[in-house]
Design a protein around this ligand. Structure first.
Ligand code: ADP
Ligand code: MG
Length: 361
């Protein structure tokens, strides 16, 4: 059996600046060709992680391997890494073609080959006809694609993107997200990107790493993070989440969860059921909550009064106020029944067993 190296491995990487713990015990691995996005609030350690990978920052402890090779003591220019940052910093006095060919020049590739490889890359990013232009003669999105071509042209082991879309307007950002993802796939690049825009992370990534205060809070596919967040922080960070607080109790072969205005039941052997009485938070996404049928007494239920009912074309958004004053957001396509409701009406809402997450505390 052949053993394929991981494209990238971080093993318990920490970086401290005096008292500041910029990174603490961060471990993850990437497969070749994988697109990872690091997502988290400002100051959570995303850029530091990129700088550790690039070699601009030496970890205080822990190890970094690229394609199975330990990078300790290997300077940035000896790591085969492509980079594209927010200020894409194209060389203004060079043509587009010269900009893209530049990394090949610094790597000693001969002139004729430099030009043909740079032209090929410009073709891939859709700028074949712009080779002779200067950066200032191009739009923001085009400049961005030049920067991407320059980051990819020398077939780097890893491409690092730090907030690559931050300087673009919203519409262009959306197009570029999809474009960059397709180009990265086409050339088989392994990519680590940074953003604080959750939609960007969902659109572009095979997996997302969520950072919080220098630690990796959770890493997984967009679906894993959305459907099985391991903390309130992650639940809140990806998508919309209702957080219901209460207590879990073992009782006659089941586990009962209860809080002000809501209850739920789990089979005793469900992995989500705490072993003994414990404080819990239940995570419910707005779209898994439904109106209970007339006269039904569902096992998983919450009761409250309608505070707001907003029609959004394909669905309604309901805001339901619970006994303890907290609000629950619901998104429902049960248009006929919801149309018949009015502000102040009492409602019973329910959800399926498989559609909720239980987080300790
Ligand atoms: P992010 O990119 O997620 O916004 P950073 O990785 O830039 O976060 O920063 C993580 C933490 O480390 C922050 O508290 C930041 O102030 C601190 N930090 C980053 N670089 C340095 C440095 N060179 N010296 C001191 N503190 C730093
Ligand atoms: Mg940053």
């Amino acid at each position: 059996m052949s053993f394929e190296h991981r494209a990238l491995q971080l093993d318990r990487v920490s970086k401290h600046y005096g008292e500041v713990r910029a990174l603490e015990d961060v471990s993850f691995e990437l497969r070749k060709g994988e697109f990872l996005t690091m997502l988290g609030p400002s100051g959570s350690g995303k850029t530091t992680t990129l700088r550790v990978i690039a070699g601009f920052v030496e970890p205080s402890s822990g190890a970094l391997l690229i394609d199975g090779r330990d990078m300790t003591g290997v300077p940035p220019q000896r790591r085969n890494i492509g980079m594209m940052f927010q200020d894409y910093a194209l060389f203004p006095h060079m043509t587009v073609l010269e900009n893209v060919a530049y990394p090949l020049e610094t790597r000693g590739v001969k002139r004729s080959e430099r030009e043909s490889r740079a032209r090929e890359m410009l073709g891939i990013v859709g700028l074949a006809d712009f080779a002779k232009r200067f950066p200032k003669q191009m739009s923001g999105g085009q400049q961005q694609r030049v920067a991407l071509a320059r980051a990819l042209v020398f077939h780097p082991d890893i491409v690092l993107l730090d907030e690559p879309m931050a300087a673009l307007d919203k519409k262009l950002r959306g197009q570029m997200q999809i474009e960059i993802m397709h180009i990265a796939r086409k050339v088989g690049a392994t990519v680590v990107s940074v953003t604080h825009d959750q939609e960007e992370a969902l659109v572009m990534s095979d997996r997302i790493a969520i950072f919080r205060a220098g630690r990796l809070a959770q890493i997984g596919t967009p679906q894993e993070l959305y459907t099985r967040p391991n903390s309130e922080f992650v639940a809140d960070f990806i998508g919309e989440a209702n957080l219901l607080r209460g207590t879990a109790r073992r009782e006659a072969g089941t586990c009962r969860l209860e809080g002000p205005g809501w209850r739920a039941i789990l089979p005793a052997d469900d992995p989500r059921a705490p072993a003994k009485t414990a404080a819990v938070t239940v995570v419910l996404r707005p779209e898994v909550i439904a109106l209970a049928a007339e006269g039904e007494r569902p096992a998983n239920a919450l009761t409250g009064t309608i505070e707001d009912r907003i029609y959004l074309g394909v669905e309604f958004r309901l805001i339901v106020r619970l006994a303890d004053g907290s609000a629950v957001q619901v998104r429902s396509r049960d248009l006929a029944r919801i149309s018949a409701l009015a502000q102040g009406d009492a409602v019973t809402l329910c959800w399926r067993d498989e559609d909720f997450v239980v987080i300790p505390g």
